[in-house]
Design a protein around this ligand. Structure first.
Ligand code: ADP
Length: 232
């Protein structure tokens, strides 16, 4: 049985044209195991974010395919792709992008409303999701009254609105101090234990050390792990 939740084949992404052309991805083949905590690592500017965006169907490749949960996503038109994204994937980015005038609960409720949750369920479900990220007592606080780690946990609760099997994150702790990073990682590891597949782009060696799987990107390609040194 193939237990990959995402498969990418011969994935190529070019930006720009002519002299300005950049080959951000030069032929990526990979499989993300279902239930894994996969970190995408590598030097800055080598294609990690581009890869994450394509795996999540946020951008179109120049060539190649991506299959998410058995569906080849770039065969779809934009509407169907957006619907698949909404069902299957929660996104979390470095900057939390919360609505500042809304409380934590209302930020999550807004996502539930967009997801089409029945109105009567929205409040209850938002409260459950905030409890999942350890913020039950902060439901009424606005983002400005929350720490960075707490704001990112609200963003994670919001990403869970549709109960997607997959969470894709681009440097979710890139803007946080180490205590807040630990707080967010604890929440993510809890979600992973509950069965969510997590794919996270990171520069942090500490975070990468906690991954179950690593994808190393260099010069737009997957880099094999360094060969083991033979003991002399
Ligand atoms: P990383 O996430 O590893 O820092 P990126 O995927 O952001 O790398 O970028 C890979 C390459 O693609 C870089 O050379 C970057 O400048 C280029 N790139 C990324 N996004 C765009 C864009 N929208 N337009 C043009 N070039 C881009």
């Amino acid at each position: 049985m193939n237990d990959a939740i995402i498969t990418a084949s011969a994935l190529v992404k070019e930006y720009g044209r002519g002299a300005a052309r950049v080959e951000a991805l030069r032929g990526i083949d990979l499989q993300i195991p279902r239930g894994s905590f996969t970190c995408i690592v590598g030097p800055s500017g080598h294609g990690k974010s581009t890869l994450m965006h394509l795996l999540g169907g946020l951008d179109h490749p120049t060539g190649g395919t991506v299959t998410v949960d058995g569906e080849e996503i770039f065969r779809f038109g934009n509407r169907r792709l957006a619907a698949l994204r909404a069902r299957k994937i929660g996104f979390v980015f470095q900057f939390f992008n919360l609505l500042q005038s809304l409380s934590a609960a209302e930020n999550v409720e807004a996502a539930l409303m967009l997801a089409g949750a029945p109105e009567a369920r929205q409040k209850e479900r938002a409260a459950e999701l905030l409890a999942t990220v350890g913020l039950a007592e902060k439901a009424g606080a606005r983002p400005g009254q929350l720490s960075g780690g707490q704001q990112q946990r609200v963003a994670i609760a919001r990403a869970l609105a549709n109960d997607p099997p997959l969470l894709l994150m681009d440097e979710p702790t890139g803007n946080l101090d180490s205590a807040a990073e630990a707080e967010v990682m604890e929440v993510l590891e809890g979600l992973n234990r509950q069965g969510k597949t997590i794919i996270l782009v990171t520069h942090s060696a500490e975070i990468a050390a906690r991954a179950t799987h690593l994808v190393r990107v260099r010069d737009g390609r997957i880099e094999d792990p360094p060969p083991l040194q033979m003991a002399s």
